[in-house]
Design a protein around this ligand. Structure first.
Ligand SMILES: [Zn+2]
Length: 121
């Protein structure tokens, strides 16, 4: 296995978040296409981001490099029902595509859900 002398907050890095999500079945990518459309990597279907059932989101901040900050959003594909995950840039790292996609997704904008296994509602 890898390095063990990482700082304690390493558990909240993008890699760790994605690994945790993968453990919960969110293994497939949801690709932001722009104009708030997304594409599911499983069924290759394209649809509006607002059609995705969002199960949760998490903001991953990289203190040393704000340009690497991102928002991880996970949910269910409305077409094939597979669990999908999308990584969008956050703040200064957000491209126009990231921003419009995030705005269109049915994310709880009031704050991050704490853990990938949290369910909304
Ligand atoms: Zn799909």
């Amino acid at each position: 296995m890898g390095v063990t002398n990482e700082p304690a907050d390493d558990a909240s890095t993008l890699v760790e978040v994605l690994r945790q999500l993968s453990d919960e079945g969110y293994r497939h990518e949801l690709i932001a296409l722009g104009d708030s459309d997304v594409r599911c990597a499983v069924c290759d279907e394209q649809f509006g981001a607002d059609e995705v059932t969002v199960d949760g989101s998490r903001h991953v901040e990289v203190a040393s490099d704000p340009d690497e900050s991102s928002t991880v959003i996970w949910g269910t594909c409305p077409n094939c029902g597979q669990r999908v995950v999308s990584v969008l840039g956050y703040g200064s790292a957000a491209s126009p595509t990231d921003q419009t996609t995030f705005d269109r997704l049915d994310v709880d904008h009031s704050g991050d859900t704490a853990e990938p296994n949290n369910k909304r509602n």
